[in-house]
Design a protein around this ligand. Structure first.
Ligand SMILES: [Mg+2]
Ligand SMILES: [Zn+2]
Length: 193
C-alpha cells in the first residue's frame, strides 16, 4: 500500500505557540480528520512524524501524548480510516538527536517499524523542517498553508529558501485540499495559486 507521511501540529490539528500539552489543547483543523480517513479508505497507509519537544521540556508527559493520539486515531477510525503509526521525537533542539526533524530518524523508524519505506512517499508538512526532512530522506514534500505554512511558503520565495528547488514543492491550502489533489490524481507539482 502506498504510504503518506504527515506532520501533526499545523497539519492535522491547530498549532499552538504554547505547545499542545494535552487533549484540551488538541483541536483538529476543519476537514483534516475527514481527509485522513478518505486517504486511508482509498488505500493509503498513514504515518505521522511529529516533533514533540514539549515532552523534553516537561510540558506534557507520555500519558497526555498517548491520550491525544488515542483520540486522533479514534476520530479517524470513526470515519472508516486508520493510522498506521505515530512516530514522535521527544527531544529538545539542543539534544542533537537524530530524530528531530529536519533529521530523518522518524522516517527511518517508519521504514523499520512499518516495513514501508517513506522514500518516494508524499510528506505533508507546514514547516521548513518537514520539507527538509522529506527531501533528505527522498520523500516528496508537500506544503500546506495551515499552521506555520504561510510563513514557510513566504520563506520558500525568499532569497534563502532553506532548500533547493523550492518551486518544485506543491502548496495547498490545508490537508483537506492536499488530500483531494492526491486522490484526484493531480500531479500536485503545480501550485494552486
Ligand atoms: Mg507542524
Ligand atoms: Zn529526537
Amino acid at each position: 500500500m502506498p504510504l503518506i507521511v504527515l506532520d501533526r501540529d499545523g497539519v492535522i490539528n491547530q498549532d499552538s505557540a504554547g505547545y499542545i500539552r494535552g487533549l484540551q489543547d488538541w483541536v483538529p483543523i476543519p476537514g483534516s480528520i475527514e481527509a485522513m480517513a478518505a486517504l486511508s479508505r482509498a488505500g493509503y497507509s498513514l504515518a505521522i512524524a511529529t516533533n514533540q519537544s514539549g515532552l523534553g521540556r516537561g510540558y506534557l508527559g507520555l500519558d497526555e501524548l498517548e491520550a491525544i493520539h488515542t483520540e486522533l486515531r479514534r476520530q479517524v477510525e470513526a470515519l472508516g480510516g486508520q493510522v498506521a503509526g505515530i512516530f514522535y521525537c521527544p527531544h529538545l533542539p539542543d539534544d542533537n538527536c537524530d530524530c528531530r526533524k529536519p533529521a530523518t530518524g522518524l522516517l527511518q523508524a517508519i521504514a523499520t517499524e512499518l516495513g514501508m519505506s517513506p522514500r518516494g512517499a508524499w510528506f505533508i508538512g507546514d514547516s521548513l523542517k518537514d520539507l527538509q526532512a522529506a527531501r533528505a530522506f527522498g520523500c516528496r514534500p508537500l506544503l500546506v498553508r495551515s499552521g506555520k505554512g504561510r510563513a514557510t511558503e513566504h520563506q520558500l520565495h525568499s532569497p534563502r529558501p532553506g532548500l533547493e528547488n523550492p518551486a518544485d514543492i506543491p502548496v495547498y491550502a490545508d490537508l483537506a485540499a492536499a488530500a483531494r489533489a492526491i486522490l484526484g490524481g493531480e500531479p500536485a507539482v503545480k501550485r494552486d495559486r
